[in-house]
Design a protein around this ligand. Structure first.
Ligand SMILES: [Zn+2]
Length: 134
């Protein structure tokens, strides 16, 4: 099954902020994947891989709930959504290390400092889609 790598296809302006609601996000996902499909010689979307940061505020289950009805009648109907969680990592300006933190714990996992900066965990984007021939 061919796999389209989507970050290359999505202009930077399509990198979303976390304050969009799930239905809006679902519609955005649909428009991007069906738009990507138009440029390919492909018929249907089988699977959509999505990266979700633990800190993105996006609830994958809600996206799945929206996706079924929203995708009805589109080439993405019945596509499976595959969410890949991205852990929250921070970099510490006191000890210089980068590490993963637990949810709601905003201190450096190594030295306990609160001089930390979020490195990953806010992501929300489509990583790739799998399509089948027309
Ligand atoms: Zn530290």
């Amino acid at each position: 099954m061919p796999v389209l790598s989507l970050p290359a296809l999505i202009p930077a302006s399509h990198v979303w902020t976390a304050d969009m609601h799930e239905l809006g996000l679902t519609m955005k996902i649909l428009s991007i994947v069906t738009g990507a499909l138009e440029n390919q010689n492909a018929g249907r979307i089988e699977r959509i891989k999505i990266k979700v940061g633990a800190f993105s505020g996006v609830v994958p289950e809600l996206i799945e709930d929206c996706f079924g009805p929203a995708s009805a009648g589109t080439p993405a109907e019945d596509a499976s959504l595959c969410f890949e969680k991205v852990p929250v990592t921070v970099s510490c300006s006191d000890c210089g290390k980068t590490g993963e933190i637990k949810e709601h714990e905003f201190t450096c996992p190594y030295c306990g400092s609160d001089h930390i900066r979020i490195v990953t965990g806010r992501e929300f984007y489509i990583e790739s889609i799998e399509v089948s021939g027309s």
